[in-house]
Design a protein around this ligand. Structure first.
Ligand SMILES: Cc1cc2nc3c(=O)[nH]c(=O)nc-3n(C[C@H](O)[C@H](O)[C@H](O)COP(=O)(O)O)c2cc1C
Length: 402
């Protein structure tokens, strides 16, 4: 019998495998999400949005941009800007949450623009774990399950509840956690195939990745669970993706989507010149009136070597060699107009008011050099706590109650 293909939520073991843009703080604003969709992504995740902040956001129709904006309590910062046409049935909003009621209130704010709400259970940053969010939930399956239950109870059936986790020390524990989340209402679990707290380059797990997913898939089939499994982590090539495809229901791609968005989401290796990708990204930044600093950050990340495994840096070297400017020239740009001129896109008038980017972002994801310097990180956290209690102290309030 012919298989009925379901795009979202993914169905276990069907032949259609999902290609998703993984959540990335700061990078996954509207332009990157739309670019990924252009290049073939089936689903795009938002960056992690802190539930305690999102629940206070107001929904605004932006007539000029034809977007739906979620503006924070200050009235000045757009936390999420959605293109309701392009992102219809494609957007998963990821939440950073420590308890169910708050998560549900936050999810309700975005329920009419999202096809899924994802619970972040993998973020290792002290800001997250200190507030009982991210990786703190990995060690507390019951609390994670209660958040999922609350989301499932309160969201409309059309919005899937999903989780993003990391590996627990034993495969059997990871399976138990997936079962627990599924029993609570999650229909898909994305597994970042790394142990909590271990980041590259110390832990290149790619050779074992296939075995991990093979084991997990065997357990799933044995228990006949109807929970899709999505693979994440170091899937930089079509070969790496097809290795895990046999055991999973699709993949989430983060850094590979910054390095090579035009090819990684497609079924073929066909790759556009980097300059074309940068131009299209900048055009979308103009189209969605993205914050210039945010746009520059993403362009820099698209050209930066530091996040990628050493064997992928050659790809980037070739991309950089093909550009008519050097990386430093991007650093020197001050406005979106400068950036547009650099990549060869005509400038368009943009509003003077920043459209997003109101958070204090940390750049230390996977940056080993920064991780080895605990003092600045803790100093920044302390400074943030002292200076912006409205945003940063709130998660800790929730954690105290738990
Ligand atoms: C810049 C950056 C920001 C990230 N932000 C998030 C986030 O908001 N939520 C999350 O669950 N993971 C976040 N991650 C982790 C990625 O989603 C992903 O799990 C990780 O990068 C491994 O996948 P990759 O090898 O495809 O990059 C981030 C990663 C990067 C590089």
């Amino acid at each position: 019998m012919e298989e009925t293909v379901q795009l979202w939520p993914p169905r276990p073991l069907q032949s259609k495998k999902l290609r998703c843009l993984a959540p990335m703080v700061r990078a996954n604003s509207t332009p990157l999400r739309i670019l990924a969709l252009d290049y073939g992504a089936d689903i795009v995740y938002s960056e992690e949005l802190i539930a305690r902040r999102l629940e206070l956001c107001t929904r605004k129709e932006n007539e000029e941009l034809k977007t739906i904006d979620f503006v924070d309590a200050s009235g000045k910062t757009t936390c999420l800007r959605v293109d309701p046409v392009r992102e219809k049935n494609k957007l998963v909003v990821q939440l950073g949450a420590a308890e169910g009621e708050c998560a549900s209130r936050a999810a309700a704010v975005v329920a009419d623009v999202a096809c899924g709400v994802d619970l972040n259970m993998g973020c290792p940053k002290p800001f997250s774990t200190g507030g009982g969010m991210g990786q703190a939930l990995l060690k507390d399956g019951e609390r994670a399950a209660s958040i999922v239950k609350s989301l499932r109870r309160t969201l409309p059936a059309s919005v899937a509840v999903t989780c993003k986790i990391r590996l627990l020390p034993e495969i059997s524990e990871t399976c138990d956690l997936i079962r627990q989340l599924h029993a609570a209402g999650a229909v898909a679990v994305a597994l970042h195939c790394r142990y909590a707290g271990v980041d590259p380059p110390k832990d290149p797990q790619l050779p074992t990745q296939k075995r991990v997913f093979e084991r997990l898939r065997q357990e799933h089939v044995a228990f006949r669970e109807d929970c899709a499994l999505l693979a994440n982590g170091d899937l930089y090539t079509h070969e790496a993706i097809s290795n895990v495809d046999a055991y999973t229901d699709g993949v989430l791609l983060a850094r590979p989507a910054l390095l090579d968005p035009s090819s990684i989401f497609r079924r073929s290796e066909e790759r556009l010149p980097k300059l074309d990708v940068l131009r299209q990204y900048v055009r979308y930044a103009q189209r969605y009136d993205a914050h210039p600093k945010n746009t520059k950050y993403v362009v820099q990340e698209m050209l930066a070597k530091r996040r990628h495994p050493p064997d992928m840096r050659g790809v980037l070297r070739d991309q950089l060699a093909s550009l008519p400017f050097k990386h430093d020239a991007v650093t020197a740009t001050k406005t979106l107009g400068d950036l547009a001129a650099l990549v060869g896109v005509a400038a368009t008038p943009t509003s003077q008011e920043p459209a997003s980017d109101g958070r204090v972002y940390s750049d230390d994801y996977f940056d080993e050099r920064k991780r080895k310097r605990p003092f600045p990180a803790s100093f920044i956290c302390l400074f943030a706590l002292m200076t912006t209690p409205k945003y940063f102290a709130r998660p800790f309030v929730g954690a105290e109650k738990l």
